[in-house]
Design a protein around this ligand. Sequence first.
Ligand code: HEC
Length: 153
Amino acid sequence: MRITARSLLLMICITSNSLFGLSKEHELYLLHCSGCHGLKGEGVIGVSPQINRIIGYFLANREGRKYIIKLPGIALAPLSDEQLADLLNWVGSQFSSPSFSFQKFTKEEISKERKEPLWDIEKERKELLKRLPGNRVLSRSWEQFISSASPKQ
Ligand code: HEC
């Protein structure tokens, strides 16, 4: 068999645990979330809300954590409970503002909450915001997402 540079690179990628030295959680984020939310969670105009800098408000609150797990893009992701817990813990530590500490997600918590995904997200989020800190920041980030998502007349 002739080993070319390209086949050698492919072999390294397949046999190593991680692509290009990224952590497995980072890889999961790139594969399952970044297409919509952007490489750094900055959001994509008309497609998805920004998640960096705002996710900490949700993670520090019990109801907020449930909301996150029950979002269809998360609850229905083709990932095991354990992978999802690792991924959300990574997202929380990478993207949340440094002033927020949060309790790590466990696979048990994920397994329980993802069984009932949210359908009326906007209504749920509105209700939730009444009980969360950072209400103004969270309202503003959502308004930006909604206004750019609605068709311009
Ligand atoms: C197909 C596009 C898509 C994918 C893939 C996706 N999301 Fe989302 N995400 C959205 C949209 C759109 C919303 C707004 C709520 C809704 O309509 O679901 C959202 C909402 C969110 C929110 C709540 C933001 C807020 O301000 O309420 C978080 C956090 C989030 N997503 C994280 C993730 C993570 C982590 C992944 C990867 C497992 C992911 N999303 C995958 C499109 C996506």
